[in-house]
Design a protein around this ligand. Structure first.
Ligand code: ATP
Ligand code: MG
Length: 670
């Protein structure tokens, strides 16, 4: 038979970019042959650049974009990589499966939910809803919330999650990390089972389920394993050092079921999520688990000046575990990292603000500067000072927009419309009505759950009869609101649905129940503005619930047109870089965090966090600590500078002394 060969050409200019934008070792890694590949290198050496270019290279060689799975640590990182990829391969970039583990899990589970006993429109619980549901499950398991010694829902949530993520038994985790719960182990196990049953009944999953059930699907449904193995011809993972047992098992299962093409990228010395079960052995032992894997090293740091690289190297040298790596800066000289002691936390905040303004006067945009801290509460005084001086900033840690009570209320309205079996959301809303407490809310929900058409049941005489007489007026108004929200066709017009929430009785609820009511109403209006960008309620709710996702926790302020300073915990700053970085509150007890250093291996973990912090800086790095600290109560005490400052050669720093100058106070009117 005659054959015709169709010719495909790689994306225009790709070969040139692969040649020009990478150094020889980066190019070798980006174009490594199929199979298992490990890229293990220090910060700023271009790992993320290489993995992005590798995806482009694979596409250039003919791999369909949708056959590539690229997992990264945060949604922000995924978005940046896809953007970058767009510049290399054009529109095909959007078809790559790129995201956090939880995002990919969510997308895949929608297709197979039924096999796991869920509907495909399952909703995702955030950690607050999760805590509420665990509280109910604990009551099911005979744990009375009135018993002062009984575990708290937050404790149970923590041990459950840790056990799942590390693939260890609840018994082991309790014995090792939560001694105070040992006597309650059986109860906790029963509560865990009740919690799972409640989630299934309400068609809800929590964040951990997105991974646990994904793995379960792969383990127990061979057809799905084969399907996903075939789907993902190439699996690539950035920030491999922060994967936990669950994530690594998913990745390795998928790769083994498919073509066996797995690229792992990371730096064991930047593993900082141990408290969530991350294990840097996942990257260090990669060659043992995959005999024949090729290892690539990158030894040039393109991010930071030699002065900053010298400090990062000197600091991490104090850790005894880990893979030693070479790192040489490709940049020209810059100033040494500055260390400044301030009198107290207020002076520290004033210093940082003044430095930021001076740096901005040198034409460095605010967005090229970041203040990093170990603990979120370390940012509060600084936030006050920034506000006072009118320096606009964006906080990437702490309470997130979508975890505020009023935002969660609005989500509850959307969620009951989307999934009328969602018990937690019905309860949340019903409790707003006067005269309805948990028992009545439960009774109403049971009537809805028992009905084939919950919305019809909501408006039925039987349900009305379950409501106390004095609550019937407000309840009828509530039912009317729900109907109006449904009438906006929320599936396709989520913004209209949010407007409908505001147009109903909810605005009055905000004013009754919350402080700063007008601000909250404005928040909800802005939420509608954000929602207008979505054409599907399911996608909106799914994506926003994941915006607070534990693995990829980053805050989305919508579009950020203004030039904003970044305030971030070190944990949220991984993978990122700024021209000018300030690391504050470098006192022993704070950074390193004392609680962490009490645990075995804790000091090394804290040092890795410090290493991540200082290696975010491109040009300038300032390290500050207050000489005295106050905790808001009790006396002010003297502090000890962080051991991470005192243990390295002082020559690596420039010590800066603070002087005070008072502008003359001119009392003569001009
Ligand atoms: P981290 O460990 O912090 O995640 P990384 O190893 O992933 O760092 P990248 O973020 O990929 O490093 O790269 C650091 C910086 O160096 C980026 O600004 C990147 O664009 C730049 N860079 C990387 N490789 C090169 C190169 N060959 N030429 C010029 N710049 C480069
Ligand atoms: Mg990176």
């Amino acid at each position: 038979m005659r054959k015709i060969t169709l010719k495909h050409s790689p994306p225009a200019g790709l070969a040139r970019k692969l040649a020009d934008d990478l150094n020889p070792s980066q190019r070798e890694a980006a174009s490594a042959p199929d199979g298992c590949n490990l890229i293990l290198a220090g910060p700023g050496s271009g790992k993320t650049r290489v993995v992005t270019y590798r995806v482009a290279w694979l596409i250039g060689r003919g791999a369909p974009a949708e056959s590539i799975l690229l997992v990264t640590f945060t949604r922000r990182a995924a978005r940046e990589m896809v953007e970058r990829l767009g510049g290399l391969v054009g529109a095909r970039a959007g078809r790559v499966w790129a995201g956090t583990f939880h995002h990919v899990g969510n997308r895949l589970l929608r297709r197979s939910a039924r096999e796991l006993g869920f509907e495909s429109n399952f909703t995702i619980l955030d950690s607050e809803d999760q805590k509420d549901l665990i509280g109910l499950a604990m009551t099911d398991a005979g744990l009375s919330s009135k018993d002062k010694l009984a575990p708290k829902p937050a404790q149970v949530q923590h041990v459950l999650s840790f056990a799942l993520n590390t693939r260890r038994t609840l018994e082991d985790v309790i014995a090792e990390t939560a001694g105070e719960l040992v006597a309650w182990t059986d109860h906790v196990r029963h509560a865990a089972a009740a919690y799972a049953a409640r989630k299934q009944a309400a068609n809800c999953m929590d964040y951990d389920d997105l991974l646990v059930l994904w793995l379960k699907l792969l383990n127990e449904h061979p057809a799905r394993l084969a399907e996903q193995g075939k789907m993902f011809q190439h699996v690539l993972v950035d920030e491999m050092q922060d994967t936990n047992a669950l994530q690594i098992e998913i990745v390795e299962k998928l790769a083994a079921a498919g073509s066996g093409n797995l690229t792992a990228v990371g730096d064991d010395a930047q593993s900082i999520y141990r408290f969530r079960g991350a294990n840097y052995d996942n990257i260090l032992k990669f060659p043992d688990r995959h005999p024949g894997a090729r290892t690539f090293k990158l030894e040039v740091n393109y991010r930071s000046t030699p002065q900053i690289v010298a400090l990062t190297r000197a600091s991490i040298a104090h850790n005894h575990t880990g893979f030693p790596k070479e790192l040489v800066s490709a940049r020209g000289d810059g100033p040494k990292p500055a260390v400044v002691a301030t009198a107290d936390v207020y002076e520290e905040a004033a210093l940082v603000c003044q430095q930021i303004l001076e740096t901005r006067d040198r034409d460095v945009p605010l967005a090229e500067m970041a203040v990093l801290y170990r603990n979120h509460y370390d940012s509060v005084v600084l936030q006050g000072e920034l506000l006072a001086r009118g320096i606009p900033y964006n906080v990437r840690s702490g309470v997130r927009f979508f975890e505020q009570a009023h935002v969660k209320d609005v989500l509850a309205f959307l969620r009951v419309v989307l999934n009328p079996r969602d018990e937690a959301s019905w309860r949340r809303l019903l409790l707003f009505l006067p005269g309805i407490g948990p028992a009545k809310a439960g009774a109403v929900h049971r009537l809805l759950a028992a009905s084939a058409d919950p919305f019809k049941a909501l408006a039925s005489a039987e349900t009305m009869a379950a409501v106390p007489t004095k609550s019937r007026g407000p309840f009828a108004a509530f039912v009317n609101d729900i109907n109006l929200i449904r009438a906006t066709d929320p599936e396709k017009h989520p913004a209209d649905a949010i407007q409908a929430v505001l147009a109903g009785g909810y605005k009055a609820t905000i004013r009754q129940r919350y402080d700063r009511a007008e601000n909250r109403i404005k928040d909800v209006e802005q939420f509608a503005v954000l929602a207008a960008k979505y054409d599907s309620l399911e996608r909106l709710v799914g994506e926003l619930m994941l915006a607070g996702d534990l693995y990829g926790a980053d805050v989305e302020g919508g579009d950020e047109p203004r030039d904003l300073l970044v305030l971030s915990s070190v944990h949220q700053a991984k993978g990122l870089e700024w021209s000018s970085v300030f690391v504050v509150r470098l006192v022993d007890d704070g950074f390193p965090n004392r609680r962490a250093t009490d645990e075995p291996g804790g000091e090394e973990e804290e040092r890795r966090i410090f290493y991540v912090a200082v290696s975010r800086a491109k040009d300038e790095l300032m390290l500050t600590y207050p000489s005295t600290v106050s905790r808001g109560f009790g006396p002010t005490t003297f502090s000890t500078p962080s051991r991470f400052l005192t243990e390295v050669d002082p020559d690596l720093f420039e010590r800066v002394a603070l002087e005070h100058e008072f502008e003359s106070l001119d009392i003569n009117k001009e």
